[in-house]
Write a protein that binds this ligand. Structure first.
Ligand SMILES: Cc1cc2nc3c(=O)[nH]c(=O)nc-3n(C[C@H](O)[C@H](O)[C@H](O)COP(=O)(O)OP(=O)(O)OC[C@H]3O[C@@H](n4cnc5c(N)ncnc54)[C@H](O)[C@@H]3O)c2cc1C
Length: 480
């Protein structure tokens, strides 16, 4: 076990990409094997020391940020234990970086298809937040790829659960025999759309799903079996600029029924933000759609023509849009896409105010109404903002960029207005980032107080000392 106490060395673990300030901890404990991990958990539980589990630190909700106690860093639990090429699954420790996993898989002609999130995220972090990625339009979230989880509870008990073995109903009291624990499944209802808000609950749910998206509050993920797939073969990527927002939206409306891998949007403010670094964004473009399409060599021209026809129907800028079909070119476009959240996070850090970025998704039939609501409220607020994200999944990130405390307060209240509107339309307050320490009030607006109390009760049954991931998902006050 590695123990570090020098604040200068461990301070990088006091933050994540949310801009949440004030994180602090006494020490960093880094298990090198399962026994170390269990010792750390048992010791902390016996002393009542809070433990913040840390992955790659790319989270955007402050979930790994410690406020006292110790950090349990998973950096050394970083082995790819096995890649089963025949049965298409891999067994990994939680500290494996996604970029390393993809590199290993690609050497064998394989891929982790959901390709969730930031390449620096750790597998454990992505399971704990149920992360999604650019290809989420086709492949969905991390949840769909988890076949087995091995979890250490704060009592030191181990749960090793395979998907398909153990189911439960809402409100049911379930006995987890291997860990000698009884839990009551909460009763709230989750919307049947892309969703990462609160503990997963559903009638006849697989118990594995409870531990996907728990944000470091229920236990330490020690190992996972994840489904993998064959490398996709050739992919064409398009960065298509449109002369009006309406054209871009109409394009997406029609493109949703196609089998693209991704279907993503950037508004004019996003493009303006990127112009400083990327000079070749057309000056008169009002929106950009990024999408990827896999294809068979023999039908390359047909696939290309069919997308070009649709783009032309909606007046895309054929002269100045980009197209990539080689891996190298595609990487450049991916970097460009990634540059936006990175630039936003830099601004947030520079402004020294927490991030005010929504992660709201709504059902498809409500998307137009939600989008209009955003625009009306944002334009009248006079606060800098950008809108971008996974339009194909009716999931936008509205990022407000307040420069003062007063603007920050106004941004938070605008955020609540968005939440209430989305909830009234059957949406979710978090489709992929989770709730962390920044969105408790939004979760309560979505499910109600009773649901949060049920979540707290569930946590207490699995983490009776109440030490793990405190203030993630719901306030720690609910645990007393
Ligand atoms: C530029 C940028 C782009 C992003 N794009 C996306 C995107 O497209 N989609 C998306 O979903 N997210 C996105 N994110 C958010 C972020 O990458 C994800 O939330 C990611 O899953 C966090 O993983 P991590 O390893 O960095 O976790 P951390 O930030 O370290 O931790 C996140 C949570 O996981 C818990 N945790 C970590 N490891 C374990 C473990 N072994 N056991 C139990 N709990 C654990 C922590 O306690 C914490 O609650 C983006 C972030 C950035 C900075």
């Amino acid at each position: 076990m590695i123990i570090k106490r020098d604040p200068d060395i461990i301070k990088c673990y006091f933050e994540d990409e949310s801009g949440l300030a004030g994180g602090h901890a006494e020490e960093l404990l880094e298990p090198e094997n399962e026994k170390d991990a269990i010792d750390i958990l048992r010791d902390a539980a016996s002393k009542g020391t809070p433990l913040a589990i840390s992955g790659g630190g790319t989270g955007v909700t402050g979930a790994r940020v410690p406020f006292g106690g110790s950090i349990l860093a998973t950096d050394s639990l970083n082995k790819i234990i096995n890649i089963d090429e025949k049965n298409l699954f891999a067994t990994l420790q939680p500290g494996v970086r996604l970029s390393e996993f993809q590199t290993e898989l690609s050497k064998k002609g394989l891929a982790y298809l959901p390709d969730p999130t930031e390449p620096n995220a750790f597998l454990g972090g992505t399971i704990s937040t149920n992360a999604c990625g650019a290809k989420g339009f086709r492949y969905g979230p991390t949840r769909n790829y988890i076949k087995r989880l091995r979890i250490a509870l704060s009592t030191g008990d181990i749960l090793d659960i395979k998907r398909g073995e153990f189911f439960a109903k809402k409100g049911e009291i379930v006995s987890l025999k291997s860990a000698n624990k009884k839990i009551r499944i909460p009763t709230y209802s989750m919307p049947a759309i892309k969703n990462a808000a609160g503990y997963y609950v559903k009638d006849d749910m697989d118990i594995v799903d409870l531990f996907i998206g728990h944000e470091g509050t229920l236990g330490l993920i020690l190992e996972a079996d994840v489904a993998i797939g064959k490398n996709l073969g050739p992919i064409m990527s398009f960065f298509s600029f449109f002369p009006s927002e309406k054209d871009a939206l109409n394009f997406v409306k029609e493109a949703r029924s196609r089998q693209a891998l991704s279907l993503e949007y950037m508004d004019v403010n996003s493009l303006n933000l990127l112009r400083a670094k990327h000079k070749n964004i057309p000056p008169d473009s009002k929106a950009m759609i990024y999408f990827e399409q896999d294809y068979k060599k023999e039908s390359e021209a047909k696939t290309m023509d069919s997308w070009t026809d649709l783009l032309e129907k909606y007046n895309f800028d054929s002269e100045r849009s980009y197209f990539a079909d080689s891996e190298k070119e595609r990487e450049k476009l991916k970097e460009f896409r990634h540059a936006l959240p990175e630039t936003i996070n830099e601004i947030v850090k520079r402004n020294k105010l927490p991030k005010v970025g929504t992660d709201i998704a709504v059902p498809e039939n409500a998307f137009g109404e939600m989008f209009e609501f955003y625009k009306e409220k944002l334009h009248s607020s006079n606060i800098d903002f950008v809108i971008f994200g996974h339009m194909g999944e009716n999931h936008m990130h509205v990022n407000l960029l307040p420069k003062t405390e007063a603007e920050f307060a106004k941004s938070r209240s605008l955020y609540m207005e968005f939440v209430k509107k989305a909830v009234s339309l059957g949406g979710t307050v978090s489709a992929e980032h989770g709730i962390g320490k920044l969105k408790h009030a939004f979760l309560e607006a979505m499910y109600g107080r009773k649901a949060l109390e049920e979540m707290a009760m569930l946590k207490k049954s699995l983490d009776p000392a109440c030490i793990l991931g405190l203030d993630n998902i719901f306030s720690k006050e609910l645990l007393s």
